[in-house]
Design a protein around this ligand. Sequence first.
Ligand code: DAT
Ligand code: MG
Length: 138
Amino acid sequence: MERTLVIVKPDGFARGLTGEVLRRIEAKGYTLDTLQIMTADRERLAQHYAEHEGKPFYQPLVDFMASGPATFAIVTGERVIEGFRALAGATDPTAAAPGSIRGDLGRDWGLPVQQNIVHGSDSPESAEREIGIWFAGH
Ligand code: DAT
Ligand code: MG
């Protein structure tokens, strides 16, 4: 069974959208395997976002992700990586299609990093790497 790492980011958590995101995941038919609320540490965020190091939004991204509690989830199901990315919508919440999490619930706040409510792994390799960072032993 495929699995993915989903994060309800600090903006989504602070806005009280964790339940709404988890509701959409369950309504789609995916399974919540493991859930944890935590404030992410910078060491693991640097590993998680290594592909973006050097980009202009990298430091604001790490600062934002470390700014408060977030909900981390392992979600399972056939083709869940592709399916959750479709549920999430495009990275830019202004452009994300209505019907998606980012399209329905997100917007541009005029900040240097896009606050787009959720993270979802982008490939099986990314999912296993990210799950290893945040859920050692899973
Ligand atoms: P995604 O989260 O859709 O996989 P990503 O991996 O390319 O997108 O980028 C990680 C996060 O960084 C993204 O959720 C929001 C932020 N980000 C990406 N591109 C950005 C940009 N051009 N300007 C500001 N923030 C950006
Ligand atoms: Mg990504």
